[in-house]
Design a protein around this ligand. Structure first.
Ligand code: SF4
Length: 78
C-alpha cells in the first residue's frame, strides 16, 4: 500500500533531492511497501504532519518513539 504522503513528503522531496539513489531505496522500502514501519509516518499518524521533523529518517524508529514519548509526557503535564 503506497503512502499517501509520497508526493508531499519533505524528507524525500526536499532533504533527499540530491540523493536520488538513497531516496529511491527509502521509497521502495517504506513508501511503496511498509509505510507502517516508517518513523516519519508513525509521528505523522499520532501527532500530525507539523510535528514530523524534516530531517527524521524513515528508519529512525528510536527517534520517533522518543518524540512520541516526549509528546505524551507533555500531554500528561509531566
Ligand atoms: S518517508 Fe515515510 S512518511 Fe514519507 S512518504 Fe515515505 S512512508 Fe510516507
Amino acid at each position: 500500500m503506497e503512502c499517501e504522503l509520497l508526493t508531499t513528503c519533505i524528507f524525500l522531496n526536499d532533504r533527499m533531492a540530491n540523493q536520488s539513489v538513497i531516496a529511491e531505496m527509502f521509497k521502495q522500502t517504506y513508501c511503496r511497501g511498509r509505510k507502517l514501519k516508517c518513523a516519519r509516518y508513525a509521528v505523522f499518524v499520532k501527532l500530525g504532519i507539523a510535528k514530523v521533523p524534516p530531517d527524521l529518517f524513515p528508519s529512525a524508529t528510536d527517534r520517533a518513539k522518543r518524540i512520541l514519548q516526549e509528546q505524551a509526557a507533555q500531554f500528561r503535564g509531566a
